[in-house]
Design a protein around this ligand. Sequence first.
Ligand code: SF4
Ligand code: SF4
Length: 297
Amino acid sequence: MTSHGSGFRRRMPASAQRHIFLRREVLWPAREAVVNSNRTEIQDVDATTKEMKRLVLEMGADVVGIAAYDPRFLFTDASERAHRFVIVFGLSMAYDSMIDIGPRSQAEVHRVYYRLDDMANRLAHQIGAYGYSACAQGNRGDFPLPAYAHLAGLGELGKHGSLISPELGSSFRLVAVSTEMPLKVDGPKDFGFDEVCASCNICTRFCPGDAIKPDKQEVNGVVRWHVDTPACKPWFLKMHGCKICLMVCPLNTRGRLKAAFQAVAKDIREVKDAAGMVELIEQRTGEDYSNVVVEEK
Ligand code: SF4
Ligand code: SF4
């Protein structure tokens, strides 16, 4: 199963490639809401907020929260919008697929991203029908989703660089809708995960790229957990979008993954380090990552 010089995209399972196509060619062009010129004035912000959250959960999301729009979080190539709020929602990845860390996990990631983008477009258009501008913000959107998820009270950033949710652990993905519709902000919450990360080094120990720094670092004037992206990248590319750091995070036990994490906890005890974990994953997936050289495209 070893492949040399094969592209990241070309090694993806067919369903992942299909979902990427649908997101790029169908959902992305329709992400801006069509705004009804006959606006429904919002009389009761609390009731409207509840209604928007109900819609999101009814569409199938697992968690939802609302943050204030803040142009300081824009990506450099994005333009500021006249939006005031960001509705952020998350959908869990099937944990048994996610921990495969092979093609099956990659298929699961893109299934979840497709569903999230689809939900976000539908929510944006619902808001547009009320007469307010709105835009679906997927992971190609205007701003970093984990920052807004934190501001919306959905979780805290872990040492592994991803958001950790009290309900979904590290096994979920995010999307958002930014809008001018008046809504009630949830705001960030302290779940105590930062203290847990300060005394836990499991993701650092099991990262095959040695990319997760054990202590906080100063990056662009901010002291925070830091993942060395260039060190992660080769492993991310060859291991079908490596997610070992998400798989081994013991905060997965805080919510609905408590029982499912027991098998991973046993693997962690038995394989002991990153090399042992990669070997175990190779045995389970039938992949051989030792000689894979992968180009990005
Ligand atoms: S594995 Fe440990 S250190 Fe890493 S994100 Fe999870 S709790 Fe934090
Ligand atoms: S994705 Fe893999 S290589 Fe990258 S930081 Fe996580 S464990 Fe390390």
